[in-house]
Design a protein around this ligand. Structure first.
Ligand SMILES: Cc1cc2nc3c(=O)[nH]c(=O)nc-3n(C[C@H](O)[C@H](O)[C@H](O)COP(=O)(O)O)c2cc1C
Length: 383
């Protein structure tokens, strides 16, 4: 088993926490906005979409932002894990992912003030959906929207914040029952947890606002309480916006300090049990102010990877994955070889090509087994 060799290869296996991926490619979570019944129950689209990418060779397949409560959805067409019907509908999808060799993971999410919007599909603008139109009253740390133009949002009471933690815990329990082997807590992209992290959107005066300690409390409580119900033999992950590039909001230094605090003592390791961080960016403010182009978020992952170095010799080192316009096999290989990150998450390139890893493996010629489905082996001659 390869965790960190001197010269890691994209197609070396990777140990994350207690489990192993067949290679270092991860399907990034991507909303499909495909639930026409608006009941959060995944269906045949998810089976086909996620199953195809497992068959296409990904080491881990992360199902999209999955709402922990009805009001946590970005749009009425989102999936959820707030009831047992949804759990039971996920179970065969999870089994399909596993049966094609990928580790099944799910991203648990709450959109907060950015909820109740139109689906991100052609023909829609992403505007708020009215309460009379299958939408709902959105909630947030301080009644402040992280982007303009959305419907008015309501401040959560302290008691309601505690309920959000409980909703994440319940959803994690159902994710376990459905067979998922990893959960990723969505703390990025200007959604609810990120809204709590940023002083721009969090101006609370209770124990969830003010100091860094208080603004990170919701996330730390979610991690600790999810870890308490999430089996030790499964992976607990987190997605952060390494920076949102808004002055006075959430910076790379804040992220580095947050992650260090989650892993730097044996007590913190035991309390949060964080195995994996995927480093994205943005989500607060109307325009994205960060760099653009291939690997545009890599510097953020690299910094967090350096923080994770402190855990290298521990029993359960923290794994860091990079994401963002990683489209070329050589580029992905360079990222893991140079130690910028342990793994790469692939988003849009995997929408374009479900077999992205299989194709990349042919190009990169690893010594290890390539993840080409036997049924497709003759395709290699076509590449
Ligand atoms: C259609 C679509 C849906 C997305 N949905 C999610 C999501 O559910 N959760 C999330 O954290 N990021 C989401 N993202 C962001 C991706 O996970 C990824 O971080 C981003 O697309 C950058 O990676 P890429 O350049 O490889 O696409 C989505 C992106 C796309 C294109």
């Amino acid at each position: 088993m390869t965790t960190s060799t001197a010269f890691p290869h994209l197609f070396d296996s990777l140990t994350i926490g207690p489990l192993s991926l067949r290679n270092r490619t991860i399907l990034a979570p991507m909303c499909m906005y495909s639930i026409t019944e608006h009941d959060g129950v995944p269906g045949s689209w998810h089976q086909v979409h996620l199953g195809a990418r497992a068959a296409g060779g990904f080491g881990m397949v992360v199902a999209e932002a999955t709402a922990v409560s009805p009001e946590a959805r970005i749009s009425p067409a989102d999936v959820g894990l707030w009831n047992d019907t949804q759990r039971d509908a996920w179970a065969p999808i999870v089994e399909t992912i596993r049966s094609y060799g990928a580790l099944p993971a799910v991203q648990l999410a709450h959109a907060g003030a950015k909820a109740s919007t139109e689906p991100g599909l052609p023909g829609y603008t992403g505007a708020s959906v009215g309460i009379d139109d299958d939408g709902w009253q959105t909630v947030s740390p301080s009644g402040i929207n992280p982007v303009s133009g959305l419907a008015e949002t309501r401040e959560l009471s302290t008691e309601q914040v505690r309920q959000v933690v409980a909703d994440f815990v319940d959803a994690a329990r159902r994710a376990d029952e459905a067979g998922f082997e990893a959960v990723m807590i969505h703390a990025a992209h200007g959604y609810l947890i990120h809204q709590f992290l940023s002083p721009v959107t969090n101006q609370r005066t209770d124990e969830y606002g003010g100091s860094v300690e208080n603004r990170t409390r919701l996330l730390r409580e979610i991690l600790a309480e999810v870890r308490a119900v999430w089996p030790a033999e499964k992976i607990l992950g987190l997605r952060i916006s390494g920076s949102d590039y808004v002055e006075g909001s959430w910076s790379l230094d804040d992220s580095a300090e947050l992650i260090a605090g989650l892993v730097d003592t044996p007590q913190a390791r035991a309390q949060y049990g964080l195995d994996w961080v995927d480093v994205s960016s943005g989500g607060i403010g109307d325009t994205y102010r960060g760099p653009s182009g291939p690997g545009y978020q890599l510097h953020l992952a690299e910094r967090i990877h350096r923080v994770a170095e402190a855990t290298r010799d521990s029993e359960r080192p923290l794994t860091v994955s990079a994401v963002g316009i990683i489209t070329e096999p050589g580029q992905a290989q360079q990222i893991v070889l140079s130690g910028q990150a342990d793994a790469v998450s692939i988003g849009r390139a995997a929408l374009a090509d479900p077999n992205w890893p299989a194709r990349a493996s042919v190009e990169l010629r690893p010594n290890s087994e390539i993840p080409f489905p036997p049924q497709y082996h003759r395709a290699q001659r076509a590449l």
